[in-house]
Design a protein around this ligand. Structure first.
Ligand SMILES: [Zn+2]
Length: 91
């Protein structure tokens, strides 16, 4: 059994609420994060591509993070890309 955290964010493409999992941003304690929330753990700064795509339209979801806080979605090229098992590649 793997644990994860949940991010709820409005998809920039279809405008619907996307509910996606992350294994990289929080403490993997089934917390839910949205815009304005701050992660307890790693302080990422920059565009972060979440491993799950929008479940409605398949759009790749990228969020802007500043000092561990979710600012919103972004169309910037990602600085971090989360892979399937929560590894993060820094570009
Ligand atoms: Zn979408």
């Amino acid at each position: 059994m793997g644990c994860y955290d949940t991010i709820i964010i409005n998809c920039p493409k279809c405008g619907k609420e996307a509910i996606v999992q992350t294994k990289a941003l929080g403490d993997n304690t089934l917390e839910t994060f949205g815009v304005g929330d701050t992660f307890d753990s790693d302080n990422y700064n920059g565009a972060f591509q979440i491993k799950d795509n929008c479940e409605h339209c398949g759009e790749v979801l990228k969020i802007q993070i500043k000092n561990g806080k979710i600012i919103g979605t972004t169309c910037e090229a990602p600085k971090y890309i989360e892979r399937a098992w929560g590894e993060v590649d820094e570009m």
